[in-house]
Design a protein around this ligand. Structure first.
Ligand code: ADP
Ligand code: 5GP
Length: 213
């Protein structure tokens, strides 16, 4: 069991019942998950896969891959020229410059998932979130850290970013948090198991709403 699985299973409310309730095919929903770097968005996305009928958009980025990241899985890694070409061809549903790199969601990823009746999760920054919200029906969720100190611990604990990058990410976090009230839902990611439970609940409630329950 890895560290994150362990944190999830320690939450007393953790069980698989939620997954069973959600095994319903219908109209797909676009969910946006936003929040500061290091707050746990990637960890949460992995932990909700067992809900089923979910698709995860693989963003394009000009950021270099981190150790362990795979092209086409974590991101579509590309040069700035390649990114700009896609931009000129209007291939992005949204895009933004975040912490000094370009990131964008391919329109086709979202359309394909929704057409097939799957829900799709976009893990994107606040600028991108507002672009999508202005164009499409969606459910937006902002993940908050318990404190800025804890956010810094998580960024340092992840061990993927230099001191300089961590400082930039913490500085940007303060601005991002000021926009959190514009999201449909806000969840504090304190105990991972509980946050996973709350996030799954949001998805399931949306599915139930669309089924008329
Ligand atoms: P993001 O995708 O938002 O940048 P990550 O998912 O990479 O963040 O998480 C950053 C670090 O914080 C990882 O090392 C992860 O294991 C850890 N983490 C995530 N959620 C929690 C939590 N609730 N409590 C403690 N550590 C957490
Ligand atoms: P990281 O470099 O840590 O993977 O991501 C940095 C930030 O970029 C995070 O806030 C993440 O949500 C955001 N991000 C990732 N993909 C996209 C995207 O396609 N569009 C936008 N706007 N932001 C993204």
């Amino acid at each position: 069991m890895n560290k994150d699985d362990d944190m999830i299973s320690k939450y007393p409310g953790h069980n698989n019942d939620l997954s069973k309730e959600s095994e319903v095919k219908g109209k797909g929903t676009l969910f946006i998950i936003s929040g500061p770097s290091g707050v746990g968005k990637g960890t949460l996305c992995k932990a909700i896969i067992d809900l089923g009928n979910l698709s995860f958009s693989v963003s394009c980025t000009t950021r270099p891959p981190r150790a362990g990241e795979a092209d086409g899985v974590d991101y579509r890694f590309m040069s700035l020229d390649e990114f700009n070409k896609k931009l000129e061809e209007s291939m992005f549903l949204e895009y933004a410059s975040v912490h000094g790199n370009m990131y964008g969601t391919l329109r086709s990823d979202v359309e394909d998932a929704l057409k097939s009746g799957k829900d799709i999760i976009l893990e994107i920054d606040v600028q991108g979130a507002f672009q999508v919200k202005s164009k499409m029906d969606c459910v937006s969720v902002f993940i908050l850290p318990p404190s800025i100190g804890e956010l810094e611990n998580r960024l340092r604990g992840r061990g993927t970013d230099s001191d300089e990058k961590i400082r930039l990410r913490l500085k940007n976090a303060e601005y991002e948090i000021t926009r959190s009230e514009e999201f449909d839902h806000r969840i504090v990611n304190d105990y991972l198991g509980r946050t996973v439970f709350d996030l799954k609940k949001i998805i399931i409630e949306r599915r139930n709403l669309l089924r008329g329950e």
